[in-house]
Design a protein around this ligand. Structure first.
Ligand code: F6R
Length: 608
């Protein structure tokens, strides 16, 4: 989705803005632009396409100057083209604005401005801000910024430049996150932490309806009532290393390989093996509350929703609480019955996904107890929920989620075990799982070391135009996730199904040209999965089987086997998804696709 960067200081702004745009580009974008103050005017350059292609076209002489704003746009209002790219400006080019989010009353505001003689140059809602700001501006940017908060409804983060304020940037925040980075005789504005790392030492997170006036030497923050507010700063702790590719050709491959370490850190920090307990004291759910819950609703989208399928399985099976996984955008369509004995868990990498946020608001309004299972604690969803369970995956840059998924599975299993503990479930399961947890990072490493088997399967499926992914029970979500990874990065049409569904329709698709990937590892569903595999074989379908080491039937049943180590069936989804991630990665690479930034997708989906 859209990204914001702003710079004011002693250096040339353009290289900082270009680097910022590059670092924000993981969010997904179709165009980018900058505005720079120079000699009493604002110079704007905007283009469509990738920053690698755009940056060489942006002339450092024409765009010389030490204060500027930049943006990556993912089209919502108006097609992706140059007029609709940001910065947007007024006709006299006295104000330049970059914007994340949406003005909900933009049609009414546009109509009013048009009636006053404004001719808009773009289809964006953003252009409205430029005119409204200029009309309210009398030399002091604060009242003009407050006027925007008064007049415009919706969720937005803005960075603004005015031609009369050479080294000043104005930041406005409602709903969408916005940060001010504090450097040495330079300051920055950014919509997330990445462009600030290495440039700023500390950060201010703007609060709801706050305005910041940023110059190279000062940052002043004002509340919606116009009064200056005291703000707290916090040091930046993301290491530089987290934002490089570490020698991998793509972020996605790097992130797939980070899984063992991330899993180890999460489980080691939460499982007290000596005392046989899971420690989740910080999520704000007492034993008494756990015992009172009558239902759990898990809400999320995409990959996070697939994690919820597993979450519902373990919360019901292990903690003994009726649990269901629901797509967040469907939540409000069904009028869920809510009260304080319902636990609503919003699962989200970014913590910014609008559909999940809207669903969580329904839960908050309905009086449910709410929990965010998140990778970004200080996010919109993190602030809304009663508590947060941090999955600690570290920044995920590739648009397709991988390490975040396995961390979500681990976090949800920990949650189920904790709930089970509080509700008096049999302690034997945790005792059984402790050794499984201990070897889980190595089990994932073993699969990573077997990249060659995924490579062989990728060479096999690379020319397919359709694929099926099947799994059952605890691995039903694995099948859906395998299919999603394949379609989003390789553009092969792939469908994931709980395997029992095959006979009820999808089996009609089976043919030699449609490879089927089936997850049939050791566990209670293996026998039934093998039945499904035989049905596909009987119809001449090609089978790629995810099977447990030592399974003697697997080579007889499958055209290709993706071997995985023998693990406890309850943690098997964490291991079983890894060969599917590698298969999707390698297939996309062989097909020449842009693995890290697939077409039409955005990392953070902040629109409904
Ligand atoms: C797919 C993917 C998406 C996200 C979904 C929710 O690889 O990453 O399906 O899982 O957009 O995003 P978050 O987790 O940020 O709420």
């Amino acid at each position: 989705m859209c990204g914001i960067i702003g710079y004011t200081g002693g250096s040339q702004a353009l290289p900082v803005l270009i680097q910022g745009i590059r670092l924000l580009s993981y969010r997904g974008y179709d165009s980018a632009g900058v505005s720079i103050w120079r000699d009493g005017s604002l110079t704007v350059r905007k283009d469509q396409g990738r920053i690698e292609d755009l940056a060489p076209r942006w002339d450092p002489k024409e765009l010389a100057g030490t204060a500027g704003i930049g943006h990556t746009r993912w089209a919502t209002h108006g097609v992706p083209n140059i007029p609709n790219a940001h910065p947007q400006f007024d006709a006299a080019r006295r104000v330049a604005v970059v914007h994340n989010g949406i003005i909900e009353n933009d049609l009414a505001l546009r109509a009013q401005l048009e009636a006053d003689g404004v001719t808009f140059a773009s289809d964006t809602d953003t252009e409205v801000f430029a005119y409204l700001f200029e009309r309210a501006f009398d030399g002091d940017p604060v009242p003009a910024a407050l006027e925007l908060l008064k007049t415009c409804h919706g969720a937005f983060a803005l960075a603004i430049q005015h031609v009369d304020l050479p080294d000043t940037l104005i930041a406005v925040r409602r709903g969408s996150p916005l940060l001010v980075g504090l450097g040495v005789r330079e300051n920055l504005i950014a919509s997330d932490m990445r462009p600030l790392v290495g440039r700023a030492d500390a950060v201010i997170e703007l609060g709801e309806d706050q305005v910041a006036i940023v110059t190279p030497d000062s940052v002043r923050v004002f509340g919606a009532d116009g009064r200056e507010v005291e703000v707290s700063t916090r040091p930046i702790d993301h290491s530089e290393r987290d934002i490089g590719k570490d020698g991998y050709p793509h972020f996605m491959l790097k992130e797939i390989h980070e899984q063992p370490d991330r899993i180890y850190e999460l489980l080691a920090s939460r499982v007290d093996a000596d005392r046989g307990v899971v420690r989740l004291d910080d999520i704000g759910i007492s034993d008494e509350r756990w015992r009172a819950f009558e239902r759990v609703d898990l809400i999320a989208c995409g990959t996070a929703f697939h994690a919820c399928l597993y979450g519902a399985y373990v919360l019901e099976g292990v903690a003994g609480i009726p649990a269901r996984a629901l797509m967040a955008h469907e939540y409000g369509e069904r009028a869920p019955r809510l009260d304080e004995n319902v636990l609503v868990i919003a699962v989200s990498q970014s913590g910014e996904t609008m559909d999940t946020k809207v669903a969580l608001q329904i839960a908050v309004d309905g009086g449910a107890h709410t929990l965010g299972v998140l990778n970004v604690r200080e996010s919109v969803i993190g602030r809304m929920a009663d508590g947060v369970l941090d999955i600690h995956a570290g920044p995920e840059i590739a648009v397709a989620s991988t390490k975040v998924y396995t961390q979500m599975l681990c976090a949800l299993l920990l949650l189920a075990l904790r709930g089970g503990q509080a509700r008096g479930a049999d302690g034997a399961l945790l005792a059984e799982l402790v050794p499984a947890f201990k070897k889980l990072p190595d089990d994932v490493r073993t699969v990573l070391a077997r990249f060659d088997q995924a490579r062989e399967a990728a060479r096999d499926v690379r020319r397919a135009s359709d694929m099926l992914f099947l799994g059952r029970g605890v691995d039903a979500g694995t099948a859906l996730e395998g299919a999603l990874k394949m379609k989003e990065i390789s553009y092969i049409h792939a469908e994931g199904y709980p395997a029992g569904e095959m006979k009820h329709g999808p089996i009609a698709l089976v043919s030699r040209e449609v490879p089927t990937v089936a997850v049939a590892t050791r566990g209670p569903t293996r026998g039934r999965m093998i039945g499904n595999v035989r049905e596909v074989r009987a119809r001449d379908g090609e089978i790629i089987l995810v099977a447990t080491d030592g399974d003697q039937d697997a080579p007889k049943l499958a055209d290709l086997v993706l071997w995985v180590p023998d693990v406890h069936p309850l943690v098997a989804p964490v291991v079983n998804v890894v060969p599917l991630q590698l298969l999707a990665y390698e297939t996309a690479r062989l097909r020449g696709c842009d693995v890290d930034q697939p077409r039409n997708l955005a990392k953070t989906v902040t629109v409904q």
